[in-house]
Design a protein around this ligand. Sequence first.
Ligand code: HEM
Length: 179
Amino acid sequence: MQKVQDEIKEVVGMGNMVEESHLLKLNYLNAVVKEVMRLHPVIPLILRSPGASVILGGYLVPLGTKICINVWAIQRDPQYWDDPLMFKPDRFLNSGNDYDYKGTNFNYLPFGTGRRVCVGIPIAEKMVPYLLASLLHSFDWKLPDAMELDLSETFGLELRKTIPLLAIPTPRLSGTFYA
Ligand code: HEM
């Protein structure tokens, strides 16, 4: 949180609110969002059904088969990721287009891939960093006393936190912004 807030302070300044034009300059924040989506993809399994029987990786996949692609497991696979269980946003810094959200890199599919890739990417890739940047710029956040951060997940069509996050905000900007 501190590193992201320092970056926003430099790019946006404590006298301004976050705007869309700042987002491209918030490299560390964008890396944090990518790392969150790697460890906790909103949709952990994407589904496919081939339009014809195909041979895939040496296996016959008959027409009508339902295939679940386990994005959650791929994005934690030590074959593709160093220290896969560690939260390390730096792995996405300066990674250029190698890890964008379009699903062309099969190790990283938070928005799916191919013809059924998420159609909301243009909104989501702006709104998620924008909301996070605004919340972190405007407030400091802490857990209630005696509460530990619990990141366990409950599987379903969407991946949810088992225990909802409860965090306490304290304003950081000058009073005029909150009037
Ligand atoms: C953080 C936000 C979001 C995430 C992580 C996300 C993720 C995904 C994923 C993983 C898929 C399945 C892709 C596949 O099967 O290859 C999907 C599909 C889809 N998403 Fe999103 N999504 C997000 C936001 C949105 C938004 C904002 C919209 C609409 C404005 C949207 C609309 C859709 C639609 C319509 C599909 C179905 C596409 C199809 O089957 O052809 N999503 N999304």
